[in-house]
Structures are given as structure tokens and as C-alpha cells.
Write a protein that binds this ligand. Structure first.
Ligand SMILES: Nc1ncnc2c1ncn2[C@@H]1O[C@H](COP(=O)(O)OP(=O)(O)O)[C@@H](O)[C@H]1O
Ligand SMILES: [Mg+2]
Length: 266
């Protein structure tokens, strides 16, 4: 299983839309996918129709449920196929606080330990993170192989990028040496001078930016409204093509990293 955290300190940059559409694209290519909601807003859970206060959620994994199987909501067929989900809700706020107070067990690696139990069951696990660096987000990073930062090009676009990159370095140093910064993904892109200048600014700030950009289209909001991946709702729109291309680019990156690793090992 390869685990990917989707993170940005800003809200509204397309973290949830990217998590959902990336999960869908990977499933379409034949992977078994687990989608983890790590945001108390629960938008991914709502999209996947499993937001609830009656079921177990990510909070239980952070605060002591031993068996992750009790928390996974099996995929129901429909537009999102058989993608399984670990849901989240507002109880994550209190769970984060409990983790911070409980020093009897390691605090940063609880999600990682839980995911270890099911690593043979899935090809990919995608974690949709909250716009924050709290203990559950640090747990997500400590459990991940890759981090992807969705960004929109707007007035405050790059606020917080430096802080996330520093946080990734810290988690790599202290908890998870294999954590790879896969890159920034430009979302809600419009092809104009202002956006294109922004892309250059981002490239100067940040070592890795995916070549693929996800275009702005109202089809994205419309697809979220009816709980469909954009490629099902509007297969020909720019964002649909963008997410397919982006996942191609991500998978090419994995293949070339693997190639480099083998070459380095002789
Ligand atoms: N490519 C896009 N084109 C148009 N609207 C988009 C696009 N990506 C995301 N959005 C819209 O932006 C809003 C925020 O997206 P969301 O994924 O929920 O952000 P986050 O999870 O970062 O808070 C949503 O209303 C979503 O429909
Ligand atoms: Mg979100």
C-alpha cells in the first residue's frame, strides 16, 4: 500500500476535490483504494455518504480503537465504485486534544500503526488533511509515502507553503524518513497572465510542481454537489482531463523513483 497525504494550510484550495478525484482515477486503473478523511469538517465523508456520529471514525483510531477494520466503511457501488473510507466528523477536535494529553503512547504514529494492519489490502491510501498542522495531520504525514500540496493561484496563494515544507522536513527527520514531497498541484487554474506569473513564482519557491494543472470549471462544484467524481459528471471538461493527466504524471514519478532506487542499489 502506498499512502499519500493531500495537505495545505489553506482551505478551499481543492484538497478534498483532489483526494476524491485522485482516488477515483487510481481505482479506474485497477487499484484498491482507501480514502481517509482527516478533517473534522468531514467533507470527504459527506461526499462518500458516510458522515455520521453513530459510526466509528478516525477519532477512534487516534484515541485507542485497536482494530482498524471496525472503522473502515466499505465502499458502496455507484459513481465512486468500491472505494473504502475511514470517515471523520467534529469529534476529531476532541480526539486531537486527547492525543496531545496522552503521553503514555506514541502520539505521532497512531494512524501509521493502524494502517500497518491493512497494508496488504489496498494499493493506495489517500488522506484528505485538514487546513491545519495539528496532531492528526502530523499523524497523516508520519503514515505517508508521498505528500501532495494542492494550490490555487490567488492573492494569498502561497501563504503557508513554506511552513508546510518545513513541517514535511520535520516529520521526515523525526518520524518518517521515507516521506517524499511529490509536489504542488495547481488547481482552479485559469490561463491568463496573472495565473501564469503565479505559476512561475510558485516554481521559484518550491522544488517540485506538477506539470499538469487542473483547470477551473464550474463542473467541479456541480460534480461535488451530486457526489460524483468530475470524470463521471462531465468526462470532457478540463478538470476531468486534468485529473486523469495528473494521476498519469504521479504514476510516472513513482515509476522513475523506483527506477532510480534500483539503479542506486545496483
Ligand atoms: N478545478 C476546480 N474548478 C472549479 N472549482 C473548484 C475546482 N477545484 C475545487 N473547486 C471548488 O473549490 C471549493 C473548495 O474545494 P475543496 O476541495 O473542498 O477545498 P479544500 O478541501 O482545500 O478546502 C469547492 O467548492 C470546489 O467545488
Ligand atoms: Mg476539504
Amino acid at each position: 500500500m502506498r499512502t499519500i497525504s493531500i495537505i495545505n494550510l489553506k482551505g478551499g484550495v481543492g484538497k478534498t476535490v483532489t483526494s476524491i478525484n485522485m482516488a477515483y482515477q487510481l481505482m479506474q486503473r485497477g487499484s484498491r483504494v482507501l480514502l481517509v478523511d482527516c478533517d473534522k469538517q468531514g467533507n470527504t465523508s459527506k461526499f462518500m455518504k458516510c458522515h455520521s456520529y453513530d459510526k466509528k471514525s478516525l477519532s477512534d483510531i487516534l484515541t485507542g480503537t485497536e482494530n482498524i477494520g471496525e472503522v473502515i466503511v466499505p465502499g458502496i457501488s455507484g459513481a465512486m465504485g468500491y472505494i473504502d473510507v475511514i470517515p471523520a466528523n467534529m469529534t476529531l477536535l476532541a480526539a486531537d486534544r486527547r492525543v496531545m494529553l496522552d503521553t503514555t503512547k506514541p502520539q505521532q504514529t497512531r494512524i501509521r500503526s493502524a494502517l500497518e494492519q491493512i497494508r496488504e489490502d489496498y494499493t493506495f491510501c489517500i488522506i484528505d488533511c485538514a487546513p491545519d498542522i495539528n496532531i492528526s495531520v502530523i499523524n497523516a504525514l508520519a503514515a505517508s509515502d508521498d505528500v501532495i500540496i494542492p494550490v490555487t493561484i490567488d492573492k494569498f496563494a502561497f501563504d503557508g507553503i513554506k511552513e508546510i515544507l518545513e513541517q514535511i522536513d520535520d516529520v521526515r527527520r523525526y518520524y518518517n524518513p521515507r516521506l517524499n514531497f511529490a509536489g504542488c498541484l495547481i488547481t482552479s487554474y485559469r490561463d491568463n497572465e496573472f495565473n501564469n506569473d503565479g505559476v512561475e513564482t510558485l516554481k521559484a519557491m518550491c522544488s517540485r510542481v506538477f506539470d499538469t494543472k487542473i483547470k477551473w470549471t464550474q463542473m467541479v462544484s456541480a460534480s461535488v454537489f451530486v457526489s460524483e467524481p468530475v470524470s463521471v459528471y462531465s468526462p470532457r471538461c478540463g478538470a476531468s482531463k486534468g485529473y486523469a493527466k495528473f494521476v498519469d504524471e504521479y504514476e510516472r514519478g513513482l515509476a522513475s523513483d523506483e527506477h532510480d532506487r534500483r539503479a542506486a542499489n545496483g
